[in-house]
Design a protein around this ligand. Sequence first.
Ligand code: NAD
Length: 435
Amino acid sequence: MATDLRLPTDRIVRPDKDRFLDDENPFEAMMSRFDRAAELLDLEPGLYKVLRHPEKQITISIPVMMDNGEVEVFTGHRVLYNTSRGPAKGGIRFDLHVSLEEVKALAAWMTWKCAVVNLPFGGAKGGVVCDPLTMSAGELERLTRRYTAGIINTLGPDSDVPAPDVNTNERVMAWVMDTYSMRVGHTVTAVVTGKPVEMGGSLGRREATGRGCMIVTKEALKHLGMPINKTTVAVQGFGNVGSVAAQLLKREGCNIVAISDRTGGYYNKNGIDIDAAIQHARTARSLEGFKGGDQITNEDLLTLDVDVLLPAALENVITKKNASKIRAKIICEGANGPTTAGADSILDEKGVFVIPDILANAGGVTVSYFEWVQDRGGYFWTEEVVNDRLTEIMCNSFKEVLRLATQHKVNMRTAAYMVSISRVATVHRLRGIYA
Ligand code: NAD
């Protein structure tokens, strides 16, 4: 299939940061979970301080010649949170909400995510404050190239490897790769991941996050002794992660009874025809008008009587306010930060088995790692090999987190943070402090 190089138009409708209650600041929530895991691990105070600070923060001004002949200046950031385990890995987002604080927190998040699946990567994130939907392709290309030039000294296959994130895509990664390659004088495919397959991208990358969600959901069902062919699933968000996860879970025998996107949800107790929904979303550019189920709201979807709930759209959808109404036995967090810290304890009391975001949606960064390995080796794998190796990593990571959760009598989220933090901490102890 030819690579789709269009820029995204179905943007994630992200809530204003001012809207967050204390319980709903996703980054504070992440750090509060970090603290709890660090305490359980009895992390030494010096190391605790090191891991709570980003290694490097870069902020640049990016002048861009706009199509109307005027110069506009944008602000861009790149944060390398921790590189003790290997090159920094993390996406670049183009969004009006980008701030240094947010980029810093997302870079920390990437550090824990890479460590939980044991990839030899650290964590990073980048962002440019802009509204890409109001910009032409030429303006976006000039912005991308100048941003890349501004952070060129941190970039490199051995130091910092970006990927797509909110409002960036394969095409943007191709520009980053080309700009870097021009600067160093030869083609360096491994400097970014999420590239078009034709120029060093990996087969299976686009489906990897949804596939990872399917794999860990199957592991959770196995662990809880729930037969897959009797499992009902509700999926919130029908983009890259949600639609692929729904399609693959259905292929495994689950009954997907509800799906939704930003335009609303659909319920069908006999099962939604996921291929038809994907086709509808492709042509209509949303689920609006889909005829395969009764209309429900996104809020209704969360509290349906299903076995598995798979939030794959936004942060903060399961909160203190609705957690007690959740009826699912398993929550697989396809999205980043869909559950607030305040909701965690309510879900624990109800006995809901939560597969936390840093584990559940780590399939994407895992196949990004495969892409980097393939680029560096100059030898490309079949999709089957990619999927088999992804399955192995996701299953092993799930089992390791579950083992720690059982051993310490904690939930899967705390256990996932414990696995990550102890892996990063071990490397710091072995390396010592350079003086
Ligand atoms: P996407 O843009 O492809 O899809 C997002 C979907 O969410 C769309 O269907 C959109 O209509 C829907 N949506 C937006 N606002 C909504 C709302 N208010 N209520 C319900 N649905 C709404 O994005 P994606 O790549 O599928 O990412 C989804 C989530 O998964 C994000 O949190 C993202 O950070 C996370 N994630 C994605 C990847 C990846 O590889 N794509 C990897 C890790 C984590």
